[in-house]
Write a protein that binds this ligand. Structure first.
Ligand SMILES: [Zn+2]
Length: 208
């Protein structure tokens, strides 16, 4: 594969809290950093996303008395996993991993700012209706093929890939530039979803 002017690398949530030592660490999440740095060098267009919650966010178990992280709750828009407090606006945990080096990234898109709605996807919040504005940004810039990398494979990368495909973009997931949480078979479910949407999975070595 050779990347072109209409391709964009969308880097999902490579933040301290999602890396080992962070509040919601994805196992071996930090391993994606050098891979993504190398990949970013192949793309003229790069967008970074940043999970960016206010204190007391609805997705935090701590906001629900008596509930614990990784339990399910029901939000107004449907089922919602309760997470440890993570990526609180302006805290070190919300910062990008310090080794992320992508100075030519054109946009940092923050998501999950509304206290009562979580946002796994870079495109729509978890109510599936509230847009982040990213579809409009990509369309206006004539970026038609989205390559996805980042954390976590089976949540924010998955939802972003699915929404991008539904919005009509060509979508490719760079598998070795992602790491997953794998809750109750969520990685296998992600692979099945990508197959059903014919979203290809590639590896860094596929780029030349
Ligand atoms: Zn979050």
């Amino acid at each position: 594969m050779i990347t072109g002017e209409s391709d964009v690398l969308l880097v999902i949530d490579v933040q301290n809290d999602f890396c080992p030592g962070g509040a919601l660490a994805v196992p071996r999440g930090d391993e994606v950093v050098p891979i993504i740095n190398r990949l970013a060098g192949r793309f003229a267009n790069v967008v970074l996303t940043q999970d960016w919650h206010p204190p007391g966010h609805l997705s935090f178990a701590s906001a629900h008395p008596g509930r614990r992280p990784f339990e399910m709750t029901t939000a107004a828009y449907g089922p919602q996993v309760l997470w440890p407090d993570h990526c609180v606006q302006g805290t070190p945990g919300a910062d990008f991993h310090p080794s992320v080096t992508i100075p030519h990234a054109a946009l940092v898109l923050r998501k999950g700012m509304r206290r009562t709605i979580d946002s796994y996807s870079a495109f729509y919040e978890n109510d599936r209706k509230t847009p982040t504005g990213l579809v409009g940004y990509l369309r206006e810039r004539n970026l038609t093929h989205i390559f996805l990398a980042g954390l976590a494979f089976d949540f924010c990368v998955r939802y972003s890939a699915e929404d991008a495909a539904r919005a009509g973009f060509a979508v490719t997931v760079i598998e070795d530039a992602c790491r997953g949480i794998d809750m109750e078979g969520s990685v296998a479910a992600t692979h099945r979803s990508f197959e059903s949407l014919t979203i290809p999975r590639v590896w860094e070595n596929d780029f030349s």
